[in-house]
Design a binder for this molecule. Structure first.
Ligand code: FPP
Ligand code: MG
Length: 350
């Protein structure tokens, strides 16, 4: 297993295949790598073109946000779906893939403002590197530039993009309303992550299927795949916040506990603790300023309940739902890549 890249601008493609796609698939997928790498390089080129502003400060900040060693999962999935639906060249979707990647990056910039995040992908977060006002306007800039790229596509695609962005904002608003509160339960958690994470992936893959001329049932299948993969991805993301390796993740652990985000693992632990410990868990979780000892105690209580394993299993179930959604797609190496990507989203270590 390789480490995540640390060099700005590096395309972590082999890392992605070894990690996100799942180790067992690396060998089989090796012949696809040069094709996909060329696709991703062209998408990156289109994206980079959109970052140029007449104001160098803005170009620098936007470039920093986009070059922080992200996994480029969304463009990769979009290319794999397009090719999996029979496309022999994918340039028709490259600007759209760049648009979705820009939207995703914009959301992370704003998310780091909201979450007071110090680090992202092994480097200072945008608000820390450039200050709060610059981070906010840079996120806005990436977001509007994305829609300039999307303007090349039919109205249906732009509407799908717009709806997914509205979902993202709603997910973030919902998350805000539930901070430091464990009583809203798993239903609230799923409503948040469906919107803040799954909706954008679902919209990107359904849009690709539309562009490929797929039948409505296949468009829906691609959207359902993206939705389930997104849910698996976020459940695992939240688990890694508690149990990951901070060096691999490129950010400190326990952000969700500090920010009071009731993730699935915290909710699962809370539901399985005996009353006295449950009350202690609730009290510690609700504290706005947690000490390191509070965080460790919350983690120890979580461990006692066996919640981490159950939540990891739940992420895998969502990955299998994603795999099941791919049934209407003909068998191909690209379909196999999508299968491995879904399983990799639940199994990844960063
Ligand atoms: C990461 O979650 C955050 C998101 C997936 C979505 C954030 C959405 C917004 C800020 C609103 C929409 C903004 C625009 C420009 C449309 P996380 O905090 O759990 O993950 P992390 O650990 O990577 O920070
Ligand atoms: Mg965050």
């Amino acid at each position: 297993m390789t480490s995540p890249p640390t060099e700005p601008g590096e395309l972590p493609f082999e890392t992605l295949v070894g990690q996100t796609i799942g180790e067992e698939a690396v060998h089989d997928l090796a012949p696809l790598l040069p094709v996909l790498a060329a696709d991703l390089a062209d998408i990156d080129r289109r994206l980079t073109t959109m970052l140029r502003s007449t104001y160098p400060q803005l170009t620098n900040a936007a470039t920093y946000a986009c070059n922080t060693g992200g996994k480029r999962v969304r463009p990769l999935l979009m290319v794999a779906v397009h090719r999996g639906l029979g496309a022999t060249t994918t340039t028709a979707i490259h600007s759209l893939a760049a648009a979705f990647q820009l939207i995703h990056t914009a959301t992370l910039v704003h998310d780091d403002v909201i979450d007071h995040a110090e680090m992202r992908r092994g480097r200072p977060s945008m608000p820390r590197a450039f200050g709060l006002p610059a981070a906010i306007v840079s996120g806005d800039y990436l977001f509007v530039r994305a829609f300039e790229l999307a303007a090349d596509y039919p109205k249906e695609i732009i509407l799908r993009c717009g709806e997914a962005c509205a979902d993202l904002v709603e997910g973030e608003v919902l998350q805000e309303t539930g901070r430091f509160d464990l009583t809203r339960g798993q239903e609230h958690y799923y409503r948040v992550i469906e919107r803040k994470t799954a909706a954008l992936i679902a919209a990107s893959l359904a849009s690709v299927a539309v562009i490929a001329g797929a039948e409505p049932s296949v468009v829906d299948a691609c959207g359902a795949y993206g939705r389930s993969l997104g849910i698996a991805f976020q459940i695992k993301d939240d688990l890694l916040d508690l149990y990951g390796d901070p060096d691999l993740l490129g950010k400190p652990l326990y952000a969700d506990l500090r920010e009071g985000n009731p993730t699935l693992v915290s909710l699962e632990a809370y539901n399985h603790l005996e009353p006295t410990k449950r009350a202690e868990f609730e009290r510690l979780f609700a504290q706005r300023r947690k000490q390191p000892g509070d965080l460790l105690r919350l983690k120890a209580l979580t461990d006692e309940t066996g919640a981490p394993q159950r939540v990891a299993d739940e992420a895998q179930r969502w990955a299998e739902r994603a795999v099941h959604s791919l049934e209407p797609l003909a068998d191909s190496p690209y379909r196999q890549l999508l299968v491995s990507a879904a399983r990799g989203a639940a199994a990844r270590r960063f």
